[in-house]
Design a protein around this ligand. Sequence first.
Ligand SMILES: Cc1ncc(COP(=O)(O)O)c(C=O)c1O
Length: 387
Amino acid sequence: MPSSHRSAFSLPDDLHYLNCAYMAPLPRRTEEAGIAGIRRKRNPALIGPEMFFEESDAVRAAFAQLLGSDEAERVALLPSVSYGVAAVARNARLEPGHEVLLTRDQFPGNVYGWMRAAGEAGARVRFVDPPRDPDRPGERGEGWNERILEAIGPRTRVVTLGHVHWTDGTLFALEAIGARASQVGALLVVDGTQSIGALPFDLAAIRPDAVICAAYKWLLGPYAQALAWMGPAFDDGVPLEETWIAREGSRDFGALVNYRDAYAPGAVRYDVGERSNFALLPMVLASLELVLRWTPECIAAHVAGISAPLLAWAREEGWGVEHDAWRAPHMFGLRLPPGVRPGPVQEALAARRVAVSVRGDALRVSPHLYNDEGDLEALRTALAAVV
Ligand SMILES: Cc1ncc(COP(=O)(O)O)c(C=O)c1O
C-alpha cells in the first residue's frame, strides 16, 4: 500500500506523525463531510424528518460491515466508550460474589463503569496482571494471555478488555478468551477503540456479547462519537436514557405523542439522546467508508511492512519489544533499554518532529497509511541519538 495515502490527509509535510493510537488526523473527505453537515443547518427547511434516521442507519450499517455483520440494528450510536460501558454494565446482571475480569492498566474508559456497577451489586472488579519476568521481556504477551484464561472461572460474570493493550499493543487472543468466557456463562465485552479499523476483527469467530469503539482513533473519525455492537444478551436491557427516537414508530413525527412502550429493535435503544448529529454523523460515515475501502487487512499489512526494519534494529539495541506473535501490527511498545531515561528520548523525538506517545515505561508507536519508511527511519535516528 503506497504512502500516497498521505494526500488523503492534511498532516504537515515535516511531521512524522506516528501516533494514531492517541488521535487520528482527520481525512480530507471527513473534514468536507463535516463542513457540509454544519452548513445544512443554515436552512433547516432542507433537514427533513427522514434525515433523523437515514444517516444513523448508514453509520450503523457501515460499522456492522466492518465487523463482518449485516445486522445494522445491532449497532448503537454513542458519544464515548464510557457511555457504552455504563449502558452495558448496567445490564450485565451483576450479583454479589460475581467478578468482572479486566487486564491490568486498562484504559479508564472501560474501568470506572464496571467499578460503579460492581460496587452497587456487591460484585468485584479483578485485574489480571502480566507476568513480570525480566528474563523473558519479549514473552509477556503469551504469559498474560495464559493468566487471563486461568482467571476465568465460575465467579466470572464479565470479561472485558481490548483486542490489544492500549499502552503497548500486546495482543489478546479474544477467540480463546471468548470461548472460555462462554463455557462459564460469562459475557465478553470488547473495547475495540485501539484496534477496530486497523486490525481485522472477526465477529463470528470471537462471538463477543458487546463491542464498544471510539471513532477518533483507528476509525479515523471525529471526537465525541463512538459505536457499539450489542449482541442478544442486551436485547431487553434498560438504556441510560429514554430517548423518544429509539421508540418504535418514532419515524412518524405526527404521532410522537402516541407514547409507546416498545423500543426499536436491536441495540437502537442504547443510542445517546439527539443521536442524529447532523455534523458529526456524516463525518463518522465518511471515515468508515474510507476504512472499508482501504480495509483493516491492508492497513495492518502496510504498517507491519514499514515498521519491520525499526523493530529489528530496536531488538538489537536492547529496546524491549514483544514477540511478534503477541503484539499487534498497527501499534507497538518500545520499552526503554536499561539506563535510558524518558526525558532525553522525548527531547530527541521533538527535535526531529517525530510524534509518538510515552505510556508507562514504553514508547507507543502507532503508524497508519499516511506513514512511510521515512517516518520510521526518523524515529530510529532519534532513538539512536540517545542510546
Ligand atoms: C482503549 C481505549 N478505550 C477508550 C478510550 C476512550 O474512552 P472515552 O470514549 O470514554 O473517552 C481510549 C482513549 O484513549 C482508549 O485508548
